[in-house]
Design a protein around this ligand. Structure first.
Ligand code: PRP
Length: 209
């Protein structure tokens, strides 16, 4: 049978995922020596890893060209859910938080606040739940800049250690939600290759505990 194909978020999550696969006994040498290659076998050709950007992992899994994916909950919350979320992998832990300049009274006054973020859907949902009308500006990176230069009153962004906020004189006003890496599955793959996927899930679960 064809190897199960797993879309893996490149970078930090890639490293932790490969460590986890090695822990459950799969050889990942080809991934370690990948060079510029983007599709790599692991184990005894049991799996094929596809290295992709976070949002693309979801595209590949939703479309069915990949059976499984490893992606952060941040990307899942922002980019839709036409797939199964199987497992919290326990790494890639961070949070979404609302932050602004130190000593700025964010909730003061009635004017509509402006929020800069890489995650407009997460941001809109957060403020909708509060029944608060905000203007959302999409920024591609280094979102912390926006309140510093006066583009926004606050940001909704990922906070891991908090050092980026601290270095830029910003502080968390409120946590939005916790984030970690998740194993996701294509809906059809989960039916057609149930046994293999469930076996992998069991092994991963045991290794995480
Ligand atoms: C993320 C996030 C923050 C930073 C938080 O950025 O957007 O800027 O990490 O980490 P910290 O709390 O440990 O300082 P990333 O490095 O992914 O790059 P980006 O600025 O391009 O989004």
């Amino acid at each position: 049978m064809k190897p199960l194909r797993i879309a893996l978020t490149k970078g930090r999550l890639e490293k932790s995922t490969i460590e986890l696969f090695e822990k459950i006994g799969y050889n990942c040498d080809e991934v370690h020596n990948k060079g510029r290659k983007l599709i790599l076998p692991i184990g005894n050709n049991d799996f094929e890893v596809v290295l992709a950007k976070a949002a693309d992992v979801i595209t590949y899994v939703e479309s069915g060209v990949c059976d499984l994916g490893v992606v952060g909950k941040d990307t899942i919350l922002e980019n839709g859910t036409s797939f199964y979320e199987l497992l919290d992998l326990g790494f890639g832990k961070c949070k979404f938080a609302l932050a602004c300049k130190k000593d700025y009274d964010f909730y003061h006054g009635y004017g509509t606040k402006t929020i800069a973020t890489k995650y407009p859907n997460v941001t809109r949902n957060f403020f909708e739940n509060k029944n608060m009308d905000v203007r959302v500006i999409k920024i591609e990176g280094s979102v912390e800049l926006a309140p510093l230069v006066g583009l926004a009153d606050g940001i909704v962004d990922i906070v891991e250690t908090g050092s980026t906020l601290k270095a830029n004189n910003l502080e968390v006003i409120e946590d939005v939600t916790n984030i970690s890496a998740r194993l996701i599955a294509n809906i059809a793959s989960l039916k057609l290759r149930k046994k293999e996927i469930e076996e992998l899930e069991r092994k991963l679960e045991a290794a995480i505990e």
